[in-house]
Design a protein around this ligand. Structure first.
Ligand code: IVH
Length: 694
């Protein structure tokens, strides 16, 4: 994705005097060369792409203002750096070009105007695809068989990674169908899905191995393994997006035809490809894919706009290593630089002390980020994040913002390593790390006000009792003013008069809260159990316990052995449950709650109607991310897969659902909207019959 030469943009200011400009250009070149080396040769970039792009744009503008400064060895005049020496070198039959960037609507309109003028036409047909954030590869097929595969390298020469590419399941070893050209060079993007990346890092962490900063680096690290056995164990995939060379074949008339041809030969191509007329269609597509970006399971950094007709592509040709017939329209970067202003310690519901980095506010992928969790002491140690550090933050998909890593070269002189305190910052009780755990906990339990607050917030949360309007600020006030000590007090001690006295609490909102509390009295057994906030009892375990015991009395009387008969309840969770109910105060709370709340009976050990059902989730959901929807369905026994086939039982379609929804409709698979999904999650018996389109 590097290599856009940013010819289209303007810097903030251009030094006027020649000497000043020359000095600045030299400095920029040095920095860009350095970052190029880190990125292309070491696969270990030091700064986010957005920062690199800014340097490059500044240099391009500087050279434009002072043409005398442009030299053939300037980084603006080439695409990348030399390949690593370990792999055999491959000279590409035709150079692997890079793409120019269009930042914003105006620059895209400029691109379209230039294309129309050169072609002398009124309107151009464009083929549009997401721009995958992975790394480019070129694969040569001779008489239908994979002969050689290479990385892009500097565009002219890459590395021979044939053995590694062969390990990627999405790479055809033999072309399908017929009419194969004698020689075919196809080009595509090797990448890793976000879920594959999370899984890989989890594995790496457990094995004490290197953890990757983002899916792109993980994909690069995977493809460039000298041991292809390691590559094979990495969840890499590929989508093909173009041709290098085609011999003895009549060829194709358009990019769309080309992708259809490739698909027919067994090469995966983007399912999101669209052909539109004119720039308005491109802008609409840019918006549409942008809205879906967070919900995708892979990183994209923009869309690629290509002139669809190949004869028009040929007549437009290329300039300085980038085609005139294509351009990349970038989205806001998913990684940015910022500074750690402080590290706070939060106390969670079960007493866990969590370090949270307070960041200088920064826009990441369109959202202002001001803090990022650092998880636990091990994570802080691994990244060595300190107050004052410049860090890279990443926000992609539904995942909460993360500190990817520190830039050690920007660390101020007087920083100190961060350590979690050995006393609870809220109540002062001793905080310690239990054997074999990563968490440091405050041992004070519900006598710690922080834990009391969190227990109430959790009880009121959406997947528990869902008490609308009872947010963190309000709970803070209620606990601090000693109006509420525990969840029972919400029902027993609050009235309109007391509430109206609180800050920012008008009569109306007091009434609304009381109504919400009233409504919450009618709940479900799993919601109630989840709301208790027993350590390690998440939604899935709560649902399993409810199904297994059917009623509260049976659960309260269950021994650790009996508890372990419940699917997914092991000795640790069983012990947690026993110790929760064994505590007298908890017991009293639970018994009083059972008087206040009501829930419909659950038939004992009834199998969940969701059990074994295969779901596909597509589009954007308003109330939760796709990964959360997946987790919640799986918690109820469903399977969630990525692509629609005859084996799919249900498709959940959010906003702007695309090709998967079309396919579901074609195959007559029942489609659930978001409302339906929420209903089914609450009450799985609301699930329509499979194959019974609703
Ligand atoms: S077409 C002349 N289509 O972006 C190059 N490239 O910045 C034409 N990329 O090296 C490339 N997704 O690796 C094309 N749908 C897509 C792409 C794509 C990602 C990468 C490609 C290329 C880089 C250029």
């Amino acid at each position: 994705m590097r290599g856009g030469d940013g010819r289209d943009s303007c810097p903030d200011s251009i030094p006027g005097s020649g000497a000043q400009a020359a000095a600045r250009a030299a400095e920029l070149r040095e920095r860009i060369e350095h970052h190029n080396y880190r990125y292309h040769v070491l696969d270990d970039p030091e700064v986010p792409d957005a920062e690199y792009d800014r340097l490059m744009r500044e240099l391009v503008a500087l050279e434009e203002a002072h043409p005398g400064l442009r030299s053939s060895d300037s980084p603006t005049q080439r695409v990348g750096a030399a390949p690593l020496s370990e792999f055999a070198e491959v000279v590409h039959a035709t150079p692997m070009l890079s793409l120019g960037n269009a930042f914003g609507e105006e620059e895209l309109r400029d691109f379209d105007r230039r294309v129309r003028e050169r072609l002398e036409v009124e309107e151009v047909e464009y083929a549009l695809e997401p721009k995958l954030d992975g790394l480019a590869a070129s694969l040569v097929y001779r008489d239908g068989r994979l002969e050689r595969g290479a990385t892009r390298g500097d565009g002219e020469r890459g590395e021979d990674v044939t053995r590694n590419l062969r390990t990627i399941a999405a790479v055809p070893l033999r072309m399908r169908g017929d009419g194969h050209p004698r020689v075919l060079e196809v080009r595509g993007e090797v990448y890793m899905t976000r879920s594959g990346f999370e899984r890989l890092n989890e594995r790496q962490r457990e094995a004490g191995e290197k953890v990757y900063a983002n899916p792109r680096n993980a994909a690069a690290g995977g493809l460039r393994q000298l041991d292809s056995g390691i590559t094979a164990s990495r969840p890499l995939t590929i989508l093909f997006h173009g041709l290098g060379l085609i011999e003895e074949h009549p060829g194709f008339a358009s990019h769309r035809e080309l992708t259809e041809g490739l698909r027919g030969w067994g090469f995966p191509v983007s399912p999101e490809l669209e052909v539109v007329r004119g720039v308005e269609g491109c802008l609409a597509y840019y918006e549409k894919i942008g809205r879906r970006r967070d919900g995708l399971d892979f990183d994209i950094d923009g869309i690629v706009v290509k002139v669809n007709r190949l004869d028009q592509q040929r007549s437009l040709g290329a300039v300085s290593r980038a085609p005139r017939w294509a351009v990349a329209c970038k989205y806001p970067a998913q990684e940015e630089l910022t500074v750690v202003r402080g590290i706070d310690v939060q106390v969670g519901r079960t007493g866990t002390l969590t370090p949270v980095a307070r960041l200088e506010a920064v826009q990441v992928a369109g959202v202002t980020v001001t803090n990022a969790t650092l998880h636990n002491q091990d994570e802080v140690d691994r990244k060595d994040v300190r107050v004052g550090d410049t860090v890279i933050v990443r926000r992609a998909g539904d995942v909460i913002p993360e500190v990817v890593r520190v830039l050690p070269e920007r660390r101020p002189a007087d920083t100190v390593p961060f350590r979690l305190p050995d006393a609870c910052p809220v109540c002062g009780a001793p905080a310690a790390r239990a054997e074999g755990e990563s968490a440091v906990r405050c041992g004070a339990g519900l006598s710690c006000p922080a834990q009391r607050k969190q227990a109430i917030i959790h009880f009121a949360s959406r997947h528990a009792l869902d008490i609308e309007g009872l947010g963190e600020k309000l709970v803070d006030q209620l606990v601090e003013r000693e109006m509420v000590d525990n969840v029972v007090d919400l029902y027993d001690r609050l009235d309109a008069e007391a509430l109206a006295a609180l800050e920012r609490m008008a009569e109306k909102s007091a009434d609304n809260l009381l109504e919400a509390l009233e409504r919450s009295r009618q709940t479900t057994f799993p919601r109630f159990l989840y709301g208790l906030g027993i350590r390690d009892v998440g939604e899935a375990t709560a649902a399993a316990l409810a199904r297994h015991f059917g009623e509260l009395a049976a659960l309260l009387g269950a021994s650790e052995e009996t508890l372990q008969e419940v699917p997914d309840v092991g000795p640790v969770v069983a012990a947690n449950i026993r110790s929760f109910f064994g505590n007298e105060k908890n017991r009293a709370l639970v018994e009083r709650l059972a008087e206040i709340l009501t829930w419909p009976a659950i038939p004992r050990d009834a199998p969940s109607p969701l059990s074994g059902r295969v779901f596909v989730i597509t589009g954007t959901l308003g109330t939760m991310g796709r990964s959360e929807a997946k987790e919640r369905l799986e918690a109820r026994g469903a399977k969630v897969t990525g692509s629609v086939s005859k084996k799919t039982d249900y498709v959940v379609a959010g906003e702007a659902a695309g090709s998967k929804l079309d396919k579901a409709e074609r195959l007559g698979i029942p489609v659930l909207g978001e409302e339906d999904l929420l209903r089914v999650l609450d009450d799985p018996s609301a699930l329509p019959e499979p194959g019974d389109p609703s």
